[in-house]
Design a protein around this ligand. Structure first.
Ligand code: GLN
Length: 188
């Protein structure tokens, strides 16, 4: 199995380390040709307006959207969650628009801009997961068959729809491999 990691900006190395720990091959995606033969794709955190522009500049936006529509499993963290969404509040920024989710960026205000908390996420088992939020977005509305995997104070923070998985937090910054394993289980 080979997983691509979008490497235009952001927490690429951390996702690569996580995949290495799980004994999975990773390839950095910088050009459309890097998408050949991958079984899944990770969209790391970063700055979504920048990544959206770079996706266009590097001719990756349409090829990735097309692969997603054809069923390629894609996992987005934070900025990746924003890029996967069809609707972004007050923004004209470019995105892949693959999930029926409505998101608001930087939604936790200044005081809570970055925070950490142990959350119970049923699909990951009984042990709480240490969630790390960094100027995180949240999903405020879903349509169709989007499944909510974690919500907190009316904010949806982890969701999936068919071949797509989106987290507002950063599992790659923890030692806990369960979210990545959950993504890989969607491929296997
Ligand atoms: N605030 C960033 C954005 O809007 C997301 C932050 C992150 O990926 N950690 O893209």
């Amino acid at each position: 199995m080979k997983i691509g990691i979008l490497a235009l900006q952001g927490a690429v190395r951390e996702h690569r380390c996580m995949l290495r720990r799980l004994d999975v091959d990773a390839v950095d995606v910088l050009n459309p040709g890097d998408l050949d033969g991958i079984n899944g794709l990770i969209l790391p955190g970063g700055e979504s307006t920048t990544v959206g522009k770079l996706l266009v500049r590097y001719n990756l936006l349409e090829p990735i959207a097309e692969l997603g529509r054809k069923g390629l499993p894609i996992f987005g963290t934070c900025t990746g969650l924003i890029l996967l969404s069809k609707h972004i509040v007050n923004s004209e920024q470019r995105c892949l628009g693959l999930m029926d989710t409505y998101v608001e960026r930087n939604a936790f205000g200044r005081q809570l801009a970055s925070f950490e908390a142990d959350m119970h996420i049923p699909v990951l088992g009984d042990q709480p997961f240490h969630t790390i939020f960094i100027r995180a977005p949240y999903i405020y509305r879903v349509e169709n068959n989007v499944e909510i995997l974690l919500s907190f104070q009316d904010k949806i923070l982890f969701a999936e729809q068919d071949n797509f998985l989106a987290a507002a937090f950063h599992p790659e910054l923890t030692e806990d491999t369960r979210v990545h394993e959950y993504f890989l289980s969607k491929i296997r």
